[in-house]
Design a protein around this ligand. Sequence first.
Ligand code: G1P
Length: 292
Amino acid sequence: MASVRRAVILAAGLGTRMLPATKSVPKELLPVVDRPIIQYAVEEAVAAGIEHVVIVLSPDRAAIREHFGGGSRVEAVARARGDDALAERVLAPERLARFTFVEQREPLGTGHAVQQAEPHLDGEPFALLFPDDVILGERSCTAQLVQAYEACEAAAVIAVQQVAREQIHQYGIVDPAGAGNPARLRGIIEKPAASEAPSDLGVVGRYVLGPSIFGELASLKAGAGGELQLTDAIAGQIAAGAPVYACRFEGRRFDAGRPAGAIAAAVCAALDREELRADLLAHLTALMPTEQ
Ligand code: G1P
């Protein structure tokens, strides 16, 4: 079985939930503490052994390319001043991995976005990350999925977590064959009504996918929301008898595509940083309502 050395990151969303911040800045570049959201996904992938990251962008998102590309004004200034430490901080993102950028010209859905990366994957399995989902914890979530993918000789492994009944309609929901972890899947459905959901395990934006996904994507028809849904292609793999598993991962997941999730992710990430922790706790304590 080929090892997982490549990752695809989807960064072509409109970011409507974070307007007006996302009017000119891609939502993937909004900061969580002092790193953009998308860098958390790249670092998580790199911690799983990924060497090559393919980022799928919409055409107006050149700033993401610049973040992981060479050269910047700050670097030039730092070099001119002889401040190598500053220059190194500027260069840190591009040194994380090898990057390739591909465009998704029209917002036709997650399935269509993944298809754009196919020419850069050379038939190898790959990790897929939706950067809006920021996952913090000691073990990289992607590393946990890669481990399950290899141990189960799976065709696909999907990260899931329990979701509240009122939120089921916002997620892909899996139908596990048992209570094990990882659990083999009998089905998966995109954004069902709570009354029709096969479980309360919602898909989080992390997957490891084998190359057979592209056969399914090629014959995909529009699904939920009129879009080409990756979830439907995975359902096709399952229907064809492929071993697809869901993995309940260790780690805290935040939906950083929404204001409250982005703030919570920042607080959690900052509390993990020795140099920020005491200051932040003092601010938070001062904000707490005092008991009467
Ligand atoms: C996508 C997937 C969905 C998954 C979710 C996780 O939906 O289609 O299956 O549960 O990401 O974040 P989106 O949030 O892009 O609508």
